[in-house]
Design a binder for this molecule. Structure first.
Ligand code: PMP
Ligand code: GLN
Length: 455
């Protein structure tokens, strides 16, 4: 309101402020013009705001929002301590707007090696406040009114509101589950794209496709063939690829994470998004990055310089140091990028067994630290309400946290409004947890099963 006030009104308001009547002026006056912009329409609800609050209020065991409850590696904490030491006092001040030089340098070196190409740290890498900000900058930088953006379902929820806030239209394509062979548990690899259906989504209005491999919430790691299909369509229709690879190091059973930017014709049209929070088990650090060719990154920099401008120097310095360490150890067993997935795979297998024994059929994830479980066998506890506005899995997850103290996230939260009810009998668990937490979850599940089976 102050921003829009003319000189005399501003003078009047300042006078009121100095005579202590300022706050009452605001409480009395009502604006007659609308205070909500087009960008905010339909994006006010957020699954994390809702379920983080429910978990904080009711849960004894929280396998909902994705974060490890075990400590980050010692070398990460040591890197921060070193950055905080007396002689490094300038690390408390601003650094370069588009990324602290030591961090962009090592990221360029690291991704250059992974992609087999020379990267310029000053133009091909930008540091952001978590992967979230990198995503936001991408959509704001590239998507205009009328542009379409293809999103593969299930998808990390923020893609949809970020596209609509930029004025674009999200176009959804679901991964379709195929029944596994008899006697086998379902795997995230059983969820596939239909190639003809995918091709039908591309047209002259398509600006970008969002790829998230390994995928949150399913844990799917896209195969070479699937990535080639997407890449060919991007090249054919001159479409950008926003490649959210925050779980790039969390891949199991010897599977390989393939970077779509390394496929023919893709480097020039892909922005890779990464997160130190996921990579080093420290989600609260909120250090992320975007990697891509200057022709794309220049626009992301424009968004960044006009919004956040600059990320915390000290955290960037510490992340630079730990990336240096990982660069030296790359491919060796001591590397955190080798050790973390090994540890998480054990936790995955443990939770898979526990859910299976309780009758909640798990889908084995190939990557990430999430897994989905089928809740169809639990309908007797939480009866279906026909024609309810709320998807079944959402009501189930709320009931479960309130009545059993176990927090999880409904799968329908990762679908667009029109498709939510098609995929509403799964809930997502995060297994990046201490053994004691997973055991406590198991206790709840087994007790629940006993109550169900005993007369
Ligand atoms: N993308 C995906 C797929 C995620 O799961 C997350 C986790 N919140 C993010 C992006 C955002 O990451 P960050 O915490 O680094 O902002
Ligand atoms: N990526 C995490 C998850 O999927 C956290 C999401 C969030 O807090 N926005 O659980």
């Amino acid at each position: 309101m102050l921003r829009r006030a003319g000189p005399s009104l501003r003078h009047f308001l300042l006078e009121r402020k100095s005579s202590a009547g300022y706050s009452s002026y605001f409480s009395e006056a009502k604006m007659s013009r609308p205070v909500q912009s087009r960008r905010l329409e339909g994006v006010d609800k957020n699954i994390w705001v809702e379920f983080v609050k429910l978990a904080a209020t009711y849960s004894r065991v929280n396998l909902g929002q994705g974060f490890p409850d075990f400590p980050p590696p010692d070398f990460l904490k040591e890197a921060l301590e070193t950055a905080l030491s007396r002689e490094n006092y300038m690390l408390h001040q601003y650094t370069r707007a588009f990324g602290h030089p030591p961090l962009v340098k090592i990221l360029a070196q690291f991704y250059g090696k992974l992609l087999g190409q020379d990267l310029d740290p000053m133009t091909d890498v930008m540091v952001t406040v978590g992967a979230y900000q990198a995503l936001f900058c991408c959509f704001q930088a590239f998507v205009d009114e009328g542009d379409e953006v293809i999103i593969i379902e299930p998808f990390f929820d923020c893609y949809e509101p970020m596209v609509t806030m930029a004025g674009g239209t999200p176009v959804f394509i679901p991964l379709r589950p195929k029944a596994p062979e008899d006697g086998k548990m379902m795997s995230s690899a059983d969820w596939k794209l239909d190639s003809a259906e995918l091709a039908s989504k591309f047209n002259e209005r398509t600006k970008a496709i969002v790829l998230n491999s390994p995928n949150n919430p399913l844990g799917k790691v896209f195969s070479q063939g699937e990535l080639e299909l997407i890449a060919d369509l991007c090249v054919k229709h001159d479409v950008l690829c926003i490649s959210d690879e925050v779980y790039e190091w969390l891949v199991y059973d010897g599977k390989e994470h393939i970077r779509i930017a390394s496929l023919p014709g893709m480097w020039d049209r892909t922005v890779i998004i990464g997160s130190a929070g996921k990579t080093f088990s420290a989600t609260g650090w909120k250090v992320g990055w975007a990697v891509g060719p200057n022709r794309l990154l220049q626009h992301i920099r424009t968004m960044h310089q006009n919004s956040v401008y600059h990320c915390a120097t000290i955290a960037q310095e510490a992340v630079a140091q730990v990336f240096q360490r990982e660069f030296m150890l790359y491919g060796k067993p001591d590397s955190y990028f080798a050790q973390l997935p090994k540890e998480l795979q054990k936790k995955r297998d443990w939770l898979v067994q526990s859910l299976d024994a309780a009758g909640m059929k798990p889908i084995i994830p190939e990557g990430t630290y999430f897994l989905l479980a089928d809740i169809s066998n639990f309908k007797s506890d939480v009866p279906d309400v026909p024609n309810s506005d709320e998807p079944y899995d959402s009501r189930f997850a709320k009931w479960m946290v309130k009545n059993k103290g176990l927090a999880a996230i409904p799968l329908s939260a990762f679908y667009c409004g029109a498709h939510k009810n098609n995929y509403s009998h799964f809930i997502r668990f995060c297994f990046a947890k201490e053994e004691a937490t997973l055991k406590a979850a198991n206790d709840i599940l087994q007790k629940w099963k006993q109550e169900k089976t005993s007369p």
